[in-house]
Design a protein around this ligand. Structure first.
Ligand code: ADP
Ligand code: TRP
Length: 331
């Protein structure tokens, strides 16, 4: 029996290069060795996206994004979170085993409280229960499908650790291995993809390069990457340059070594380094962009793929929920 890999992406905006290297690509890599269950976390997105047209568009974009990046729906169970009602029953179940204090320590919630404090607002301003209980819903996503590994970026590792804590609390109470305790899987060398300004690439920082940006826009954004004021002739340290860090994601080992040598030798300006980055990025992204456009042009086709995935997922989810109901005296 193969082990199980599971991950979700929240459809809250367009996918960017950070999502691709930090989440999608490592997850697809794992499908060679693992049975994979990958989904679109649309109820997680509802916490922030309240416009129905926008939410539907984001869901389809993320679905097309996974497929264009190479997800094979024949091999991977690929579905929308909202198509699995068992998720919500498990969430309620897990609530009873989740310490409120654990939720108080969740990074996303703490950051929102702190932001309010800095503005002098009420600590709870703008915070809905969906944000507060976010890690419980995520634990349900994970624990429902007997996940062994959860490939995510560094920022999500705390949530997976919370899922471990919650699973252990359930197992401890019923003195049985009812829920499989998952491991987090992070690809160290691509753990954080830098954005145009050098901070973590994120749609909330306005520093992202969209994964499916048209060629012209891709080039324009790459030219906007912030660099230091070193002149053309000066030798440059590759590892401290965003341009090089992004280049490494797209380039072969030989290309990486060659560009690093040119940096150190001096005589290459930032403009030239950026042209080189654009060349390798566009080389990898052009076929993806074409598939993405084709998939998006057929929304009914996307919806069918997701519905077929949900049909495969639901019996697995139902088994987990039934096991817990029985163990808890609810069966
Ligand atoms: P954003 O920060 O743009 O809102 P999300 O939080 O929706 O991105 O992230 C979706 C997935 O992509 C998560 O698994 C997250 O860890 C990963 N991810 C997002 N940004 C990056 C990044 N800059 N580097 C690596 N992984 C990232
Ligand atoms: N919280 C994740 C994010 O913001 C998305 C997500 C929801 C997820 N449920 C999950 C990731 C379960 C892994 C496993 O990126």
């Amino acid at each position: 029996m193969k082990k199980i890999s599971l991950t979700g992406i929240k459809p809250t905006g367009i996918l960017h290069i950070g999502n691709y290297f930090g989440a999608i690509k490592p997850a697809l890599e794992l499908t060679k060795e693992y049975d994979a269950r990958y989904f679109i976390a649309d109820y997680h997105a509802l916490n922030t996206v309240k416009d129905p047209v926008e939410l539907t568009a984001h869901i389809r974009q993320v679905a097309a994004g996974w497929l264009a990046s190479g997800l094979d729906p024949e091999k991977v169970i690929f579905y929308r979170q909202s198509s699995i009602p068992e998720t919500f029953e498990l969430t309620t179940f897990l609530m009873a085993f989740t310490a409120k204090g654990l939720m108080n320590r969740a990074h996303a919630y703490k950051a929102a409280v702190q932001e309010n404090a800095e503005k002098g607002d009420d600590p709870d301003a703008g915070i809905n229960m969906g944000l507060f209980t976010y890690p419980v819903l995520m634990a349900a996503d994970i624990l429902l499908f007997d996940s062994d590994v959860v490939p995510v970026g560094q920022d999500q590792s705390q949530h997976v650790e919370m899922a471990q804590d919650i699973a252990q609390a359930v197992n401890f109470n019923y003195k049985a291995e009812l829920l499989r305790v998952p491991e987090v899987s992070i690809r160290e060398n691509v753990a954080v993809v830098p954005g145009l300004d050098g901070r973590k690439m994120s749609k909330s920082y306005g520093n992202a390069i969209p994964l499916f940006a048209p060629e012209k826009e891709l080039r324009k954004l790459i030219m906007r990457i912030v660099t230091n004021s070193q002149g053309v002739e000066e030798p440059k340290e590759p590892e401290s340059s965003q341009v090089y860090l992004l280049y490494k994601l797209f380039a072969t080992a030989e290309e990486q070594a060659a560009l690093a040598n040119r940096y150190r030798a001096g005589g290459m300006g930032w403009g030239e380094a950026k042209e080189e980055l654009f060349r390798v990025a566009n080389r990898e992204l052009t076929p993806l962009r074409q598939r993405f456009e084709e998939l998006l042009a057929n929304p009914a086709g996307l919806d069918t793929i997701l519905a077929q995935g949900a049909e495969k997922a639901r019996p697995i989810a139902a088994r987990t929920v039934n096991r817990l109901r029985k163990a808890a005296g609810l069966g």
